[in-house]
Design a protein around this ligand. Structure first.
Ligand SMILES: NC(=O)c1ccc[n+]([C@@H]2O[C@H](COP(=O)([O-])OP(=O)(O)OC[C@H]3O[C@@H](n4cnc5c(N)ncnc54)[C@H](OP(=O)(O)O)[C@@H]3O)[C@@H](O)[C@H]2O)c1
Length: 372
């Protein structure tokens, strides 16, 4: 990544495709991306799956050579060689560019070996269609295989003051492998800003409706961290969101932080975090607080999980949300193997909401998750 122009703060186009519930009309999306550039952002991230590549390509046309464009492959097409090659051509066409600065593997495809995927990525590099490649939010063992078989320059990590697990897993790998971490969702999808109420309500089209970060003790812990950030931010005339971003960037091994607001005021606010020179004592104070919170949260979650898995479901909507919460936690902590967890998740999503239909999955999970 050091060879391509990248700014510490990057703009991600996920929300522009409607992921967080609000539709952004194309002209407004283009204005936002251009505003990001005017505010100093030189790194833009999207994915073939977001539906925003064409908007991004159109918005950056006049300053394309001044920025780094990142996109992703694998969500819809899988990772067979012919599919990656076709997807890359499609992304280039939609982005209206001759090259992609950073091409990232978005999801794992168990039917293709990592060595084969790496060979395809190296081939694309040789062709000049991509300048570098990176690993997305993949299971840790797969990430390690990419680091061993290939030369990914970056690994994506969901990373914010309320969500550090992925960073903690990746950081030790930087001892033996030469890659940078790109943090995403650095404001916790809005959780660490001044705008999320203590009882959030999300629309049906907002992915945060099912996001465990906004549920139960994870939410309670995130809000306490937000309060701490607000208190410290008050001392230095900043906002919690700015502090959340500056704190992520103050961690070793992190080359860039991706944020994706759709409100221009939020974008201005977040970009101003680049002017914050966070003193090391404040960086440490935040880290210490997070460490304590982490212990509290883990204790609370262990109790919650046993309650969710061993209490008969009565309200099916709540029960389903509870099982999603447990699954996400167990996959993240390696308590359930990744592929089994993903299969259970898709079974859960396909089930109709009724206590009786949820019961078998609840029982399977109760057998798999140890009482801690
Ligand atoms: N698996 C993956 O590979 C993966 C997953 C997620 C994200 N990403 C990448 O990372 C990028 C950034 O992630 P993200 O979009 O989750 O980042 P984010 O900036 O943490 O979250 C965006 C959400 O937070 C709100 N927000 C941001 N700043 C705010 C502020 N100052 N005040 C109030 N609300 C604020 C936005 O609200 P408004 O819209 O109202 O401004 C929006 O709902 C994505 O766009 C995508 O490119 C990758």
């Amino acid at each position: 990544m050091s060879k391509i122009p990248i700014s510490k703060l990057g703009y991600g186009c996920y929300a522009l495709g409607g992921a967080y519930g609000n539709t952004v009309e194309v002209p407004r999306a283009i204005e936002l991306i251009q505003l990001a550039y005017d505010l100093g952002i030189r790194f833009f991230d999207t994915a073939d799956q977001y539906g925003t590549e064409a908007i991004l390509g159109q918005a950056v046309r006049s300053f394309r050579s001044q920025i780094a464009l990142a996109t992703k492959v694998g969500a819809d097409s899988g990772l067979a060689r012919k599919n990656i090659l076709a997807s890359c051509d499609e992304s280039l066409r939609r982005l209206d560019t001759d090259y992609i600065d950073l091409y990232q593997i978005h999801y794992d495809d168990p039917s293709v070996s990592v060595a084969d995927v790496v060979e395809t990525l190296e081939f694309l590099k040789g062709q000049g269609k991509i300048r570098s490649y990176g690993v997305g939010h993949l299971p840790l063992d797969k990430t390690l295989q990419y680091l061993e078989y290939g030369h990914p320059e970056t690994v994506l990590a969901e990373m914010n003051a309320a969500s550090l697990e992925r960073y903690q897993d990746l950081r030790p790998l930087q001892q033996g492998h030469d890659f940078d971490i790109i943090a995403f969702s650095v404001t916790g999808r809005g959780l660490l800003t001044s705008e999320i109420p203590s009882v959030p309500h999300f629309s049906d089209t907002d992915i945060r409706r099912l996001d465990p970060l906004f549920k139960r003790s994870k939410l309670a812990s995130g809000l306490r961290i937000k309060d701490k950030l607000t208190e410290i931010a008050g001392r230095i005339n900043a906002t919690p969101s700015q502090l959340a971003i500056a704190w992520v960037l103050g961690n070793p091994g992190v080359v860039a932080a991706l944020t994706g607001p759709t409100d221009p005021q939020h974008l201005r606010e977040n970009c101003a975090s680049l002017d914050l020179n966070l003193e090391s004592s404040l960086q440490q104070e935040i880290s210490d607080f997070i460490r304590q919170e982490e212990k509290l949260k883990q204790t609370d979650i262990s109790h919650e999980i046993q309650g969710i898995l061993h209490t008969p479901a009565t309200d099916s909507k709540l029960a389903k949300e509870g099982l999603v919460y447990v699954l996400e936690h167990c996959i993240e902590k390696g308590l359930i193997p990744y592929q089994i967890g993903v299969d259970l998740f898709s079974q859960l999503m396909q089930l109709e909401d009724s206590p009786t239909s949820l019961k078998p999955i609840q029982e399977i999970m109760a057998k798999m998750v140890p009482v801690s």
